[in-house]
Design a binder for this molecule. Structure first.
Ligand SMILES: Cc1cc2nc3c(=O)[nH]c(=O)nc-3n(C[C@H](O)[C@H](O)[C@H](O)COP(=O)(O)OP(=O)(O)OC[C@H]3O[C@@H](n4cnc5c(N)ncnc54)[C@H](O)[C@@H]3O)c2cc1C
Ligand SMILES: *[C@@H]1O[C@H](CO)[C@@H](O)[C@H](O)[C@H]1NC(C)=O
Ligand SMILES: *[C@@H]1O[C@H](CO)[C@@H](O)[C@H](O)[C@H]1NC(C)=O
Ligand SMILES: *[C@@H]1O[C@H](CO)[C@@H](O)[C@H](O)[C@H]1NC(C)=O
Ligand SMILES: *[C@@H]1O[C@H](CO)[C@@H](O)[C@H](O)[C@H]1NC(C)=O
Ligand SMILES: *[C@@H]1O[C@H](CO)[C@@H](O)[C@H](O)[C@H]1NC(C)=O
Ligand SMILES: *[C@@H]1O[C@H](CO)[C@@H](O)[C@H](O)[C@H]1NC(C)=O
Ligand SMILES: *[C@@H]1O[C@H](CO)[C@@H](O)[C@H](O)[C@H]1NC(C)=O
Ligand SMILES: *[C@@H]1O[C@H](CO)[C@@H](O)[C@H](O)[C@H]1NC(C)=O
Ligand SMILES: *[C@@H]1O[C@H](CO)[C@@H](O)[C@H](O)[C@H]1NC(C)=O
Length: 571
């Protein structure tokens, strides 16, 4: 998906809607959409439904789902757990809106009319591998656009597509632990195998009963065996144990031919390479993944809120934070650090919230680790440490969350920030934060989840972007709007990262630096380099081998340069 100037995009959109499977020009290929000659009729859909035990449902936007049941409360609208039961729901609700279709097709919350937008037409609520295989074969036979969704968390809109058949893997929740997982003759020890519908918190809770832990993020509903792993998968445990992709031992995947393949270090090794970092949704439908487990341990979770009187004070605080970023190295600890401007826009005050995971440390040991930074922060003019809280407990409990708060309209952009920036030019960090805030940036997420074992794992032969191995942090800029925001403003917010924020951020990351493809901007101009670096050519070749007809195409994914923004027609 190459992003073309607006006028060209609109032209292509217009063409693809009125088109059918007939090529628009020589060599051009389009998926069948309603109205195309090759689109399955009601009888064909019904026959297909019968082959999958009636698990085909008409997908509808979440706002329509809410309207049909007499409304949703705000608590439901923003609950990932609630949204998981709605086949057509995306957790960043803007991805349901066809605001850039011609004419726009919208279904906003509590609105009076509903278009299908970018929500798939039908969803296969898969319960078995055979359901997935039948869906893949039906889509191939009828030349349909396919989308795959587990949790619907995707920040790039990759778990939906207009006019598509959705393969919904949320109900593939098989779960099994073993003490002796092996690949060929190699014994790999303790491991857990999960279906793509298994949520991270479920894994932490189950592994707790066995005294084990796995590498995953601090989230409730992210699906480890879904998009998380295929992107790389970062975790507060990554400095200690590496990325999630570094700890996966095997996949079971239904590929475009409909075959169920095993991929590990000795079988289908190219797929195994691609599924670990080569980008979500581009290889087939993962129906299971097996991860290492580790003995669990206690840790201290530290939650700190700091405030800064104005952007100059926040810049000084960001510089100080950068100087102290190595304070956690000795214990392989990690931190999420988020800077938020005054969202009401009425004051110059911004806050920095730190969620710190002090691995295997007592509260007393953690206070010693935090003391130099907190004392120096308190001494900065205009900066105050507003609150500090240390909680000691089992890492499983620290990582588990009851739910994820979603339901916003948002886009994000990101860069992996090299360790060398923090070592050699930490003052640049403060300058960049100041410039971003001065330019109107509302939220800057920081993830201190690289270094340590992530760097040590540089020798692993996987598609993980090599920038991960030299990075210290992963910085994300989040841009928000409301369902009611006019389209021209939405377009401006959507391009804010690319046009305004990235040139500033690049002072920290360097040019052509890597980005984490799961928390990133789908509009990245050179996504091949930014998301996949030197691995792109190899990934393209693997794609051609396992998915020669591009059945699995997602925004800014491998092969997407051959398709329009919606993956409906080749360009
Ligand atoms: C609240 C929240 C917390 C997060 N925390 C972290 C974190 O700590 N660390 C981190 O690294 N990332 C984190 N992320 C980002 C997360 O990794 C991505 O959103 C990821 O894509 C989610 O995968 P999913 O399968 O759950 O989501 P989905 O939206 O269902 O899918 C995401 C992508 O994966 C594909 N996909 C889904 N299921 C399958 C399948 N069975 N087979 C093949 N492809 C599939 C989809 O097509 C899509 O392209 C977080 C996101 C959210 C919303
Ligand atoms: C599929 O079949 C089931 C069971 O017969 C039925 O409830 C469902 O509505 C059908 N799906 C569609 C899209 O017609
Ligand atoms: C939608 O309406 C419900 C009442 O049915 C209300 O509780 C909710 O706040 C509204 N949501 C939004 C986002 O306006
Ligand atoms: C599928 O998953 C949804 C959401 O988690 C759940 O409500 C539903 O009961 C599940 N269906 C089956 C048949 O397991
Ligand atoms: C779930 O596990 C059972 C028992 O091992 C197996 O028969 C079934 O095929 C599995 N289902 C999926 C979707 O992997
Ligand atoms: C596994 O071990 C058997 C017997 O020792 C041997 O014949 C075989 O070659 C080994 N396979 C691999 C993949 O190493
Ligand atoms: C964690 O700490 C609790 C109480 O302090 C203790 O009972 C438990 O054994 C510890 N667990 C581990 C895995 O160290
Ligand atoms: C935690 O500390 C214990 C005791 O020193 C040690 O055995 C274990 O390996 C440590 N675990 C981690 C993850 O650091
Ligand atoms: C920012 O705050 C600091 C500390 O309160 C103050 O000294 C400085 O004058 C302020 N700068 C601006 C530009 O307002
Ligand atoms: C500290 O955090 C714990 C766990 O989240 C919470 O129960 C407690 O109330 C907090 N204490 C303070 C003083 O905020």
């Amino acid at each position: 998906m190459i992003f073309l100037p607006t006028s060209t995009t609109l032209l292509l959109a217009a063409l693809s809607w009125q088109s059918d499977a007939t090529p628009l020009s020589t060599g051009k290929k389009c998926r069948n959409v309603p109205g195309s000659a090759g689109f399955p009729d009601a009888t064909a859909w019904s026959a297909f439904n019968a082959t999958i035990s009636g698990r085909l449902v008409a997908a509808i936007p979440s706002a329509e789902f809410c309207a049909n049941r007499g409304g949703c409360t705000d608590a439901e609208w923003t609950s990932a757990v609630f949204r998981n039961g709605i086949p057509g729901a995306m957790n960043q609700v803007n991805w349901e809106q066809g605001s850039d279709l011609t004419p726009p097709s919208l279904c906003v919350v509590n609105g009076t009319t509903c278009g299908q937008g970018d929500v798939p037409l039908y969803s296969v609520e898969a319960q078995t591998v055979a359901d997935v295989q039948a869906a893949v074969k039906f889509a191939t036979t009828h030349n349909l656009r396919v989308a795959i969704k587990s949790s619907g968390h995707d920040y790039l809109g990759r778990s939906t597509a207009p006019h598509s058949l959705l393969i919904h893997t949320n109900n593939l929740t098989n779960f099994s632990f073993t003490d002796a997982f092996s690949v060929g003759n190699e014994s790999l020890g303790s491991a857990v195998t999960v279906g793509p519908g298994v949520h991270l918190t479920a894994i932490y809770e189950e592994s707790k009963t066995l005294g084990r832990i796995v590498v995953g993020g601090s989230a409730a509903t992210v699906c480890a065996a879904g998009g998380y792993l295929q992107g790389a998968g970062h975790s507060p445990l990554s400095p200690t144990f590496g990325l999630a992709a570094d700890n996966v031992l095997e996949f079971q995947i239904v590929v475009a031919s409909g075959e169920l393949l095993q991929a590990n270090s000795i079988t289908n090794t190219e797929l195994f390479y691609a599924l670990r970092g080569g980008g979500a949704g581009s290889w087939g439908v993962v129906v299971a993944a097996t991860f290492r487990t580790f003995p669990t341990f206690n840790s201290t979770f530290g939650l700190f809120t700091l405030s800064a009187a104005n952007n100059t004070a926040m810049a000084a605080l960001a510089t100080l934070h950068a100087q102290h970023i190595f304070d956690f190295d000795a214990t392989y600890s990690s931190q999420y650090f988020v800077v938020i401007a005054d969202l009401t826009g009425t004051t110059t005050i911004s806050t920095m919230t730190l969620k710190t995971y002090m691995i295997n440390q007592t509260v007393e040991q953690s206070q010693v680790i935090m003391a130099p930074f907190l004392a120096a922060a308190q001494a900065l003019p205009g900066v105050a440490v507003v609150s500090s809280n240390y909680t000691y407990g089992l890492i499983n409990d620290i990582l588990s969350q009851p739910d994820d708060s979603v339901g916003d309209d948002l886009v994000m952009g990101s860069r992996l920030i090299p360790e060398s920036t923090y070592k050699n030019s930490y003052k640049t960090v403060g300058e960049v934060y100041q410039q971003l805030l001065d330019a109107g940036t509302l939220i800057i997420f920081g993830n201190l989840i690289a270094g340590g074992k992530v760097a040590e794992n540089a020798n692993i032969d996987s598609a993980v972007h090599p920038a991960w191995r030299t990075a210290k942090t992963h910085l994300i800029i989040l841009n928000l709007w409301l369902d009611s925001t006019p389209q021209d403003e939405i377009n401006a917010v959507r391009s804010q990262f690319k046009n305004t924020q990235l040139p500033i951020l690049e002072r920290m990351s360097g040019p052509n630096a890597g980005s984490y493809s799961n928390e990133a901007d789908v509009m990245e101009t050179d996504f091949q380099t930014t998301f996949f670096g030197p691995n792109y050519a190899k990934l393209s070749a693997i794609k051609s081998k396992y998915d020669p007809d591009d059945l699995f195409i997602v925004g800014a994914g491998v092969g997407s340069e051959r398709w329009d923004e919606w993956g409906l027609c080749t360009v």
